[in-house]
Ligand binder design. Structure first.
Ligand code: NZQ
Ligand code: ZN
Length: 387
């Protein structure tokens, strides 16, 4: 286990009555609130009305229209609005896209330059506007993460920025708000949650049994409860298990004492940047391909442990065989959720592989990931495995 600092300051309010705390949680940061949300699901589901009722007595400005794979232009619009109106709290209602837009705004308001500087490392801010969230989809884990992922439209560049400034002040999670998710979005969320665990699980750091076993338990919990919510979308208990798993998957607890890999995420971000596919759908394609590549490049022992402990592959004594079976079971699980696991099924060919591979590797300083260090040529090979 390696040295670490663990601090996550986000206050979580979880459960059927969690939203009743919103007024007090918001009011403690000021009276002027910017409400950030997506393409309208919160209006159709009634969450918007419940949120507005809670915000009675506060002054609320709205910024709707956040698209999945959120765009930089709306972040810029939000920054201008906050400056004009003296906003004191940014409140995101929705999923990772609304929350990351709100995070981009909250950072950008406190930076005296172009907000994209913060994403490409040219600039730094030391302060941020307070941010709160009401979560409607368990997936990105942004509600308790230090990360913010935005796409710049001009060159379809999708970048994440990690900083403790990104931790929300509070996040409200009512599993009932997820009942209305279309099956595809539920499935994408499940894949993303598992990916956040797996990126950290596949590490070369040894003697990390506690977090390994916690991660295996969390993965099994998601695997057990996903089929239940696909069959029975209003099953509170199963929705609650997945929602809490989503939060814990990405709040950095499962990264303590180890180095995460994160290659699959970077490879996927290129995919969703260029082809605008849902992040979770992209991960269902990229992660198994990355695992196959890792298996062929010295990763068989940990991959076998994953297969045996998460997908109950019987121990045959042959790590490579058990690892391959674990990958096969993972793909079958994704497919059982109605997702595809190849690029071809999504109409994506090899046209852009070179460019995507170069960009993914370059963003990591030339070598991506640590479980299996990948140069651009390795990244391209993984895209080919995903065909
Ligand atoms: O836009 P609306 O109309 O609200 O509809 C959304 C959207 O179409 C819909 N939806 C959400 N809650 C709903 C609902 N529909 C019905 N009922 C509900 N209760 O779901 C769709 C997807 O929403 P989105 O916010 O895009 O999903 P997600 O939470 O998966 O976020 C994806 C984004 O987060 C980034 C991804 O790359 C992607 O851009 N990530 C952010 C991370 C972070 N900040 O920590 C980490 C992740 O690895 C990820 O990269
Ligand atoms: Zn993710």
């Amino acid at each position: 286990m390696i040295d670490f600092v663990f601090q996550n300051p986000t206050k979580i309010l979880f459960g059927k009555n969690a939203l009743s705390s919103l007024h007090d949680e918001a009011a403690r940061w000021g009276e002027r609130v910017l409400l950030v949300y997506g393409g309208g699901s919160i209006k159709r589901t009634g969450v918007y009305d419940q949120v507005m009722a809670q915000l009675a007595g506060l002054q609320v400005w709205e910024l709707g229209g956040v698209q999945p794979n959120p765009r930089l232009s709306l972040v810029r619009e939000g920054i201008a609005l906050c400056r004009e109106q003296g906003i004191q709290l940014v409140l995101a209602v929705g999923g990772g896209s609304a929350i990351d837009t709100a995070k981009g705004i909250a950072n950008g308001v406190c930076y005296d330059g172009d907000v994209w500087d913060l994403f490409d490392g040219k600039g730094k801010n030391t302060e941020v506007l307070p941010l709160g969230t009401v979560v409607t989809i368990p997936a990105a884990g942004s509600e308790m993460s230090d990360s913010c992922v935005i796409t710049r439209e001009e060159d379809l560049c999708k970048r994440g920025r990690n900083t403790p400034l990104n931790f929300p002040k509070f996040s409200i999670l009512n599993p009932e708000f997820t009942y209305t998710l279309p099956p595809f979005q539920t499935a994408c969320g499940v894949v993303d949650i598992m990916a956040h665990m797996m990126e950290r699980y596949f590490t070369r750091v040894t003697h990390v049994e506690l977090i390994d076993r916690m991660t295996e338990g969390a993965l099994k919990t998601v695997v057990n409860n996903a089929p239940i919510v696909m069959q029975d979308p209003e099953n509170y208990d199963a929705r609650a298990e997945i929602m809490w798993a989503g939060c814990l998957s990405h709040n950095t607890l499962l990264q303590t004492g180890r180095v995460g890999d994160w290659a699959s995420h970077k490879l996927e971000h290129e995919l969703s940047a260029l082809y605008d596919i849902a992040h979770g759908a992209g991960l269902a394609i990229v992660f198994p391909a990355w695992m196959k590549y890792a298996l062929a490049h010295g990763g068989e022992a940990k991959l076998a442990q994953f297969g045996r402990r998460v997908f109950d592959v019987p121990d045959s004594g042959d790590d490579a065989a058990d690892a391959a079976e674990g990958i096969r079971r993972l793909e079958a699980f994704y497919r059982s959720l109605g997702l595809t696991t190849t690029l071809t099924e999504n109409g994506i060919g090899d046209t852009d592989f070179g460019r995507m591979a170069e960009r993914a590797a370059a963003m990591a300083g030339g070598v991506l990931g640590q479980f299996v260090p990948l140069k651009a040529a390795d990244c391209e090979a993984i895209y080919r495995l995903a065909l």
